[in-house]
Design a protein around this ligand. Structure first.
Ligand SMILES: *[C@@H]1O[C@H](CO)[C@@H](O)[C@H](O)[C@H]1NC(C)=O
Ligand SMILES: *[C@@H]1O[C@H](CO)[C@@H](O)[C@H](O)[C@H]1NC(C)=O
Ligand SMILES: *[C@@H]1O[C@H](CO)[C@@H](O)[C@H](O)[C@H]1NC(C)=O
Ligand SMILES: *[C@@H]1O[C@H](CO)[C@@H](O)[C@H](O)[C@H]1NC(C)=O
Ligand SMILES: *[C@@H]1O[C@H](CO)[C@@H](O)[C@H](O)[C@H]1NC(C)=O
Ligand SMILES: *[C@@H]1O[C@H](CO)[C@@H](O)[C@H](O)[C@H]1NC(C)=O
Length: 328
């Protein structure tokens, strides 16, 4: 039995304070505040530079900066150091260069996570030092745990590798050191309904799937009970390179469908937390980064056009635009 971070976090919540997967307001259930978007096309964090952490929220300590990058350490039971981007992206490309933790039952992970619990994961289980898992969840649907794949990787716990996600309205690619190792098409996920498609934050952290307080299924998935006498368990993240395919200063859910076509993009760059990032025009760059994507292989933009037509009359305004597929 495989568990998502969310399910595992719920199981562990009684004892672990640092649940990594949660939502403070689920827009498919009620009206929520808009998400702060990454208004720039690209955002690079070099975690060998201490100032890079300033633009990430440390949601659970300890996370420190070292010459090898950001250091996430579990020293004792109950710790699950995690950082989250201050901003959300709406489709995009993320490269995380990381070295996973060794030990038993320690999960080194990063995910894209949305307010309605769309989730795209990379999860390295320390117990298995020659592989990493990919996974996804749509709208918090955890009724099945059969969506993961296991990808072989050489020395993930002693060497840095670049684990990437390339996420468009039509498909998600997981890339290991630049090679596509998995593709999920929109229609493969409950005909799109469970396809991750809402603005996501980036969350990076480690947690103990093998914590003795976790459910049996979680501990089994994690490859055994974590022996804290072998701590510290450490993951390093050297850098994170983010491209936001639909930059905007905010993203608003205009209804409760959780469909990407319901997301309204602001057309303003005001309010972005940093003025130190590179600013590029989305329109001039988006084409170049997605040219390898073959739009003819997907129906997503077709369904998108249909859905936005039905809602745009109510929500579009001069200073904002509903999501409309561009070159996908
Ligand atoms: C992240 O930190 C900023 C301040 O640096 C704060 O305004 C924001 O609410 C935090 N977000 C979360 C999700 O904790
Ligand atoms: C949840 O996921 C399962 C397995 O993929 C699927 O059969 C089911 O229809 C999904 N439920 C909803 C509400 O999307
Ligand atoms: C980040 O990714 C973008 C888009 O792929 C690329 O052009 C840029 O060179 C990368 N930045 C760094 C510092 O690797
Ligand atoms: C955003 O605003 C600029 C300048 O007002 C305008 O040229 C552009 O077309 C707008 N973009 C969208 C998507 O509304
Ligand atoms: C977009 O990509 C296509 C395919 O590579 C290319 O032919 C076209 O010139 C590009 N358009 C722009 C505006 O860059
Ligand atoms: C396109 O949609 C149709 C109808 O929902 C489906 O049968 C087909 O598999 C889809 N094609 C792709 C490439 O997703």
């Amino acid at each position: 039995m495989k568990l998502s971070l969310e399910a595992a976090a719920i199981l562990a919540a009684a004892q672990l304070s640092a649940a990594q997967t949660y939502t403070s307001c689920n827009p498919t259930e009620k009206t929520c505040p808009a998400d702060t978007g990454l208004a720039q096309w690209s955002y690079f964090s070099d975690f060998t530079d201490a100032s890079a952490l300033e633009h990430w929220n440390i949601t659970a300590a300890p996370v420190t900066t070292t010459t090898e990058g950001a250091k996430f350490t579990i020293n004792k039971e109950g710790q699950a150091p995690t950082i989250a981007s201050e901003f959300y992206i709406f489709f995009g490309h993320v490269d995380v260069k990381m070295k996973a933790s060794a030990g038993t039952g320690i999960i080194s992970t990063y995910m894209l996570l949305s307010d309605d619990l769309d989730e795209i994961d990379w999860e390295q289980i320390s117990t298995y030092p020659t592989s990493i898992q990919t996974d996804y969840f749509g709208k918090g649907n955890t009724t099945a745990y059969d969506r993961d794949t296991t990808v072989p990787v050489i020395n993930p716990e002693t060497e840095f590798h670049t684990y990437s996600l390339d996420w468009t309205p039509s498909r998600i690619n997981w890339l290991l050191d630049g090679e596509v190792v998995r593709t999920l098409n929109y229609h493969d996920a409950v005909d799109g309904y469970n396809y991750p498609q809402t603005p996501c934050r980036i969350k990076i952290g480690i947690w103990a799937g093998g914590d003795p307080s976790n459910g049996e299924g979680t501990i089994e998935w994690a490859g055994g009970v974590t022996d804290y006498s072998a701590a510290p368990f450490t993951m390093y993240v050297e850098s994170v390179n983010v491209t936001n395919y639909y930059p905007a200063s905010s993203y608003t859910y205009t209804d409760k469908t959780g469909a990407y076509t319901s997301i309204k993009l602001s057309n303003s760059t005001e309010g972005f937390p940093s003025n130190s990032v590179s600013v590029k025009s989305a329109n001039s760059n988006i084409n170049s980064s997605v040219t390898s994507f073959d739009a003819s292989k997907s129906n997503a933009s077709t369904s998108g056009a249909t859905a936005s037509a039905s809602t745009s009359g109510n929500t579009a305004s001069a200073s904002s635009s509903l999501f409309t597929p561009r070159c996908f």
